[in-house]
Structures are given as structure tokens and as C-alpha cells.
Design a protein around this ligand. Structure first.
Ligand code: ATP
Ligand code: MG
Length: 396
């Protein structure tokens, strides 16, 4: 464990890893930092490479090739590499110029000055992320870390690097919560005390919203929310149920349903015990859109489930569920939800409104009513499939 050579071997297995790491080795003052180093040292699969360079990163950016989006103010750039990933997806590498950051106002974006990699590590969130690895041509890679970082990594400890860390940037509370959930790590006592005293309200709603979205995408998102709630009571609204009984069954119902918002299902399931108006205010402040709000609000109220739970025949189930987001239907649960999601929502008619107009039905709401009546009979198995029977049912 914590073997730099083995960690480097792990990083080489990343798509484009050998080429990128070769370029890092060939660029004086260039290092791999952050999550990839942490994960590789833990013998976990790293996700993407973050690089830091002392001085001008232009040479490295040119050598990486592909397309570069640069953020001048922060001395950072995101490179989309020329080679696609294994599934054809774009591969990106973040390249930052080694820098120090100062916060004029708590929670604001930092002011930046360029510096050494060793100093750059000190602006980071937690010690286990303040480790840099530099491949050497043939020999052992070099490792650079803030004091205690390697011990913390070995012991599973999340420790901020200075007492103002959460005040400078309260989004770090969410970062610590995500790492706690993902890695099974825990904040040390001092970090826990600092976290409890921090005030997330100095950060804009949309920035907090993107942190929440990242938490909801974690493999164990509930664990991330529980960790956040334990760290600071301003991150989530009061009264959330962070172990919601309905959630596993709802996610199971949606497992084959294609493009659905599992993150919103999770939020709605947790929110059944909260005040609906406060929930909507909170998500609106965090920059969630109206469709997202509707799903969470509808999914969190049992009144939405009633018609579906009372439905008995397929046509009744369809009438209760049609137009309701699948996420909400899944939270209603039960056999009715399963039938709608797996079967009934796919049932349609072979005829259209055109057929009814052609048969002399006047334009207007009557067309829709008649189509609906035919569909209800199809769903209940009262008519066989096929245009003739449907048309007959619609014109009856
Ligand atoms: P992940 O596996 O989620 O990508 P990561 O540790 O790589 O985790 P990133 O968001 O990719 O996280 O950031 C890369 C590195 O930049 C972090 O490891 C950390 O060192 C630093 N960093 C990112 N955001 C902050 C922040 N708000 N405050 C301090 N350091 C940060
Ligand atoms: Mg990362």
C-alpha cells in the first residue's frame, strides 16, 4: 500500500495514460495531483488526470494536443485529448499552473498568484488531495505531499490544511462529504469541529447546487447526504429522511426504464418528511429548474400517489399515470407502478386522429376523447389489437 511505483502503474492504465504521463515526465516542473494520485495510491481506479505545472503550461498544453479551454484568471485549462476514450467518449485532462489562492471575502472565488507545486499543495481542500506524483524517466517516481498526508491516506482521515479552510470555501464541506461517502473515510475531530462552525450561506445558491448534484451522482449518494448533514446543519433542509424506505423499490422499478433522473427520485424520497414549500424554495435557490422542482415536489407528496394506488384495471392505471413523470410513478410503487413502467406505458393505438377525421368525426376535443376510449379498451383487453377493431371502438 502507498507504493508510488504501483500508483504510477495504475495511472498508466487510464486511457491515454502512457502518453500523458510520458509528457509529464518530459516537462520540467509538471506533476500529477489530486484525486488521481490519491486513488492510485489507494489502489483504486482513478477517474481523470489533474496536472499541475510550475511556470508556463503552454509547452505541455501544446504537446497534449486536442482542444484547450483556458481560464486565464485561474491559470487553469481543460484539454480534450485527441484520442477518444474506450467507449468513444471524449477524454479530458485538467492542467493548472501551480498557484496560491487568497480569498478577499469568504465564499467568493479566490485571487490567484503563481508559485511552486509544493506551495500549490497547501491551497487544497484536504490533506489526502494534497499529494503530487511525478513520473521519472526510468526510476522511482517522486512524491510530494503536505505534512501528514500519507499517514492520513493510510488511516482514512479527511483533514483540512488550515483553520480557515471551510470559511474561505464552504463548498469544501460538500467535497469532504463526498469523499467520506466514496472512500469510507472520516473527518478528524478538528476538521469536524471546523466544519460544524462553517457558514455555507456565503456561497452562491448555484455553486451549492452543483455540489449537491455531484453528491447525488455518487455511487452511494445517501451516504454522501448523511455525511453532509453530519458535518454542517446548513447544507440540507431540516427534516429530510436520509434513509427513505421507498427508495430501493423505486430505483428497482426504474432499473430498466432508460433515461430517468435517479438523483431526483432520491431527493424526492428523502423529502417526504419535509415541508413542501421550504423544499421548493431551497431547490430553487440552488438553481434547480422548474421541471426538476416539479418532479421532486410531486414525488415527495403522497397525495400524488393516491389515484395510482386506487387504480385497478389497466385503463385506470394508465389514466392515473399518464403525464406523471416516471420518477414519481416509481415512488408511488406497488404493482400498479410496475405495470405502468414495464408494460402499459408502451401500449399505443394503430389509429390516429387523422383516421377519425377521415371517418367524419368533427375536429375538436371529441377526437381525443374517442381515441382515449379506444386505448382504454385496448389496455383492458376488451378489443383485439389492430386498426379495424380500434376504429370500430373509437367510432362507437
Ligand atoms: P474526484 O475523484 O471527485 O474527481 P478530485 O479530488 O480529483 O476528486 P476534483 O474536483 O477533480 O477532485 O479536483 C482536483 C483537485 O483539486 C482536488 O483533489 C483538490 O486537491 C483540488 N481542489 C478542487 N476543488 C477544491 C476546492 N474547492 N478547494 C481546495 N482544493 C480543491
Ligand atoms: Mg478529479
Amino acid at each position: 500500500m502507498l507504493n508510488p511505483s504501483a500508483a504510477l502503474d495504475r495511472l498508466r492504465t487510464l486511457p491515454a495514460g502512457p502518453r500523458v504521463l510520458g509528457l509529464v515526465a518530459a516537462t520540467p516542473g509538471a506533476w500529477v495531483v489530486g484525486g488521481a494520485v490519491r486513488d492510485a495510491l489507494l489502489d483504486l481506479d482513478a477517474r481523470e488526470l489533474d496536472l499541475v505545472v510550475e511556470g508556463d503550461p503552454t509547452g505541455l498544453l501544446d504537446a497534449l494536443g486536442g482542444t484547450v479551454v483556458a481560464h486565464e484568471r485561474f491559470g487553469t485549462a481543460t484539454v480534450t485529448l485527441p484520442e477518444p476514450g474506450p467507449a468513444g467518449e471524449p477524454l479530458t485532462v485538467d492542467v493548472a499552473r501551480a498557484r496560491r489562492e487568497t480569498y478577499a471575502v469568504p465564499g467568493a472565488l479566490p485571487d490567484v498568484e503563481f508559485t511552486t507545486v509544493a506551495e500549490d499543495l497547501h491551497r487544497r481542500d484536504v490533506s489526502v488531495n494534497a499529494i503530487a506524483l511525478r513520473p521519472a524517466g526510468e526510476g522511482e517516481p517522486e512524491l510530494l505531499a503536505v505534512d501528514g498526508a500519507l499517514d492520513d491516506l493510510g488511516a482514512g482521515v479527511l483533514r483540512v490544511l488550515h483553520d480557515r479552510s471551510f470559511a474561505d470555501d464552504p463548498t469544501r464541506l460538500w467535497r469532504v462529504a463526498r469523499y467520506a461517502a466514496r472512500l469510507g473515510f472520516a473527518a478528524d475531530a478538528h476538521t469536524t469541529a471546523l466544519a460544524a462552525r462553517a457558514d455555507p450561506r456565503s456561497v452562491s445558491g448555484p455553486r451549492l447546487g452543483s455540489e449537491l448534484r455531484l453528491a447525488l451522482r455518487e455511487p452511494d449518494a445517501l451516504a454522501a447526504l448523511r455525511a453532509a448533514a453530519a458535518l454542517n446543519d446548513g447544507l440540507l433542509p431540516a427534516g429530510l429522511d436520509l434513509d427513505p424506505a421507498r427508495l430501493p423499490a423505486a430505483l428497482e422499478l426504474l432499473s430498466g426504464a432508460g433515461e430517468v433522473r435517479r438523483d431526483l427520485v432520491l431527493l424526492a424520497a428523502c423529502a417526504r418528511t419535509t415541508d413542501a414549500a421550504a423544499l421548493v424554495d431551497w431547490l430553487g435557490h440552488l438553481g434547480f429548474g422548474s421541471r426538476e422542482l416539479d418532479i421532486v415536489a410531486a414525488g415527495s407528496r403522497s397525495s400524488t400517489y393516491m389515484p395510482l394506488q386506487r387504480a385497478q384495471t389497466p385503463a385506470e392505471i394508465a389514466r392515473a399515470a399518464r403525464g406523471v413523470p416516471l420518477e414519481v410513478v416509481a415512488l408511488a410503487g406497488g404493482e400498479q407502478a410496475r405495470r405502468w413502467i414495464d408494460e402499459l406505458r408502451h401500449v399505443g393505438l394503430a389509429i390516429t386522429g387523422e383516421d377519425l377525421l377521415g371517418a367524419g368525426v368533427p375536429e375538436g376535443p371529441e377526437v381525443g376523447r374517442r381515441l382515449q376510449a379506444a386505448l382504454d379498451q385496448r389496455l383492458d383487453g376488451a378489443i383485439p389489437p389492430g386498426r379495424d377493431a380500434e376504429l370500430q371502438a373509437a367510432l362507437a
